[in-house]
Design a protein around this ligand. Sequence first.
Ligand code: FE2
Ligand code: FE2
Length: 336
Amino acid sequence: MANGGIDRRQFFINSFSASLDLPKKNARALPSSQNYTFRLYPYGSVQFTDRRVSSPLSFAHVTDLHLTPYPAAQYPNPYRHAIEWWDLTFNRPHQVFPALLRDISAAGVDFVFFGGDNIDCYEPRIAQLIVNMANEYGLKVFLQSGNHDWEPMDMRYIHHMGIYNPALRTTTLRELCRYWNMPAPYYSFELKGVRFIALDCPYMKGNNVYAGFFDEEQTDWFTDQLRYTGPIVVFSHIPFDRPTVEYRRNKVLGQGGCVADDLNGRRILRAIEGCPNVLGTFTGHFHFRSEDEVGQSCQFMTAPASDGQWRYVKISRDPAPRSLRAAGAAEVFVER
Ligand SMILES: [Fe+2]
Ligand SMILES: [Fe+2]
């Protein structure tokens, strides 16, 4: 039933209350299998409220930094020109990165999650640079790979959007696991009672459009991970296709670019939609910000870090405040 079984009159009361920021009448009586609520702030920050979390936890979601091989002048042509072109297209990420880390450090988060396309192609020195610089700012980091992090320079800058090479991808991801301290290309970790799941979605052309394809092994692993009875956060560089994001996707990127609507893609999406413990799925890849409904939750697409963008996320047992930036409420002082 639409609106989770809420009768029509109560639905209008709740919609009206939400628009006025009023508490919902009989909110506790509404049927829901969801274990949490969340508030989205206009600039993209999110607070989840979950009674199961005993001490608050926060993280920064950072995606699509696209750190290029640097400096471009050190590389021979034909790479040099292409590197320079992408570096400018991505708004000079090497210049943006220190300011981004400074902002995140000032926000005081438990960790930073780098959500893929962290580097513009596989260059060990640049892969290591991300972790080293984040550590200089005192930040604990977790990472996942995107579709570009494993690509060799030839593939990225000469045969752009070229050939998918599963053997090379596997070998390079093994290297990236060492640089980025990942136990495997897909993995999970737990912090303060919250499980974080990082997916690894191979990305290639199928039926003439690019899409992400999960194999059966990862799909089985993922559905097993969702048996966790506490709060869960999912990270996937490649987004799940949502009708609400299609218009902008088509304008910016054209067709495709999402997790394939095949057997395994559907199994993972249905598992997220049906799991009352999944607070949200964090994604990137499209290089713009969006929030799109997935089951009772949301897919939070974060804008690119190469433009200085990132998303602050807090998980707490306390209700979400009016502002995450200013404590308390605005008060009127009358001068006497
Ligand atoms: Fe990207
Ligand atoms: Fe990407």
